[in-house]
Design a protein around this ligand. Structure first.
Ligand SMILES: *Cc1c(COP(=O)(O)O)cnc(C)c1O
Length: 396
């Protein structure tokens, strides 16, 4: 069945007792067992290790990603943590995209490195750089593509091959595109990971995570870790996410259509030095994105030709693009990665990853596109007026 049909029906069966068309919020910690002999006969014992509402969400996400099964987590970061802990131990080595989510970088460098895990941050856009970083003890390769915030694209199939040869698992963070925009399993990934906070839920009202695997054994391993660490998702959050997920492809199409128009608009602005969007021919990952993605997504970054004060003027004059972290919700957001999402990175690492102080990131929402373009235009116009008045002052 088609993606749009599965996004509505997968994982959800009418309640056999009441006929309720949707899976209810099973807000229960424990489950009555018929007898000692029939322990677990209904599949659930205690909500940290399994809950019917959470299960419905796991089944739906697995169906849409094409994974064997899924484990849901309380946050995207706990999904990253459990995945790293499941496949890495003291003495092991991992390769991570050099341009990755700030929290993934922080978890690796500030926490897991203290437990004897060695990390190399490699340019995953260059498969040769990944192959060169492989060591005898490399157990995991973590690719984020397109990568936050420069939208750098990495070749999932090529890196999966390198991982297989090295005996390592290949983990792909698919948060930026969701299963509506990219299917890493079809390209050879072993594990696919999501911050469901973003497009999967899509309504900026739940923080959550999910990890999927291509084999039953890998999912069992991840579920075991989620339960041991106590990082599993909650029934209420899962219910909200199930609700959001039912309209993923409809929202996504509008996100993408708006983003294409915004990227095109930005590329024509004099005060914009560079636009990072995989859908633009000028983007160095355009060809790869066209090949491996179903969609170019709705995340755009751009370098504005302005100093810190002027960036403040630009941002202060936007009404629809709200200054906030996060992404993938129906409302448009703007962020300043150097001081917000990627503040945990050192200045040198930021520079190496292309995160300049003049970089702004947009999460393009599903508002009317004309209003979004007018909003950006108002920001640029305010910037032009500000410049004119400071020129007048400096001449005086
Ligand atoms: C947001 C995000 C995460 C972390 O997820 P949380 O739900 O915020 O904990 C991980 N990876 C990417 C690419 C993200 O955008």
């Amino acid at each position: 069945m088609g993606f749009r049909t599965r996004q509505i029906h997968a994982g959800v069966t009418p309640d056999p007792i009441t006929g309720s068309i949707l899976t209810p919020i099973y807000q229960s910690t424990t489950y009555v067992q018929p007898s000692v002999d029939e322990y677990l006969s209904k599949g659930f014992t205690y909500s940290r290790s399994g809950n019917p509402t959470v299960k419905a969400l796991e089944t739906k996400i697995a169906d849409l990603e094409g994974g064997v099964d899924c484990a849901c987590f309380g946050t995207g970061m706990s999904a990253v943590l459990a995945t790293m802990l499941a496949f890495l131990e003291a003495g092991a080595h991992a390769i991570v995209s050099d341009v990755a989510y700030g929290g993934t970088y922080r978890l690796s460098t500030k926490i897991l490195s203290r437990f004897g895990i060695d990390y190399t941050f490699a340019d995953t856009a260059d498969p040769d750089a990944v192959a060169a970083a492989v060591r005898d003890n490399t157990k995991l390769i973590f690719t984020e593509t397109p990568a936050n915030p420069t939208m750098k694209c990495s070749d999932i199939a090529a890196i999966s091959e390198i991982a297989t040869k090295a005996g390592a698992v290949h983990v792909v963070d698919n948060t930026f595109l969701s299963p509506a925009g990219q299917r890493p399993f079809a390209l050879g990934a072993d594990i696919v990971l999501h911050s469901t906070t973003k497009y999967i839920n899509g309504h900026s009202d739940v923080v959550g995570g999910a990890v999927l695997a291509r084999s039953e054994a890998l999912v069992e391993e991840l579920t075991w870790w989620a339960n041991c660490l106590g990082l599993t998702g909650s029934p209420f959050d899962s219910y909200q996410t199930l609700r959001g997920l039912r309209t993923l492809s409809v929202r996504y199409r509008q996100h993408e259509e708006n983003a294409a128009a915004v990227a095109d608009f930005l590329e024509r602005q004099q005060m914009v030095r560079k636009v990072y969007y995989p859908g633009l021919r000028s983007h160095n990952g355009h060809g790869l994105a066209k090949r491996q993605q179903q969609s170019f997504g709705a995340m755009i970054s751009f370098e504005i030709a302005a100093d810190v004060e002027e960036i403040g003027v630009f941002l202060g004059n936007l009404r629809l693009f709200t200054l906030a972290e996060s992404l993938g919700g129906v409302e448009s957001l703007v962020a300043h990665p150097a001081s917000m999402t990627h503040a945990a990175m050192s200045r040198e690492d930021q520079a190496a990853a292309g995160i300049k102080p003049s970089l702004l990131r947009l999460s393009v929402g599903i508002e009317h596109v004309d209003d979004l373009l007018a909003d950006l235009e108002a920001g640029f116009e305010a910037l032009r007026l500000h410049r004119k008045s400071s020129d007048v002052r400096s001449v005086a």
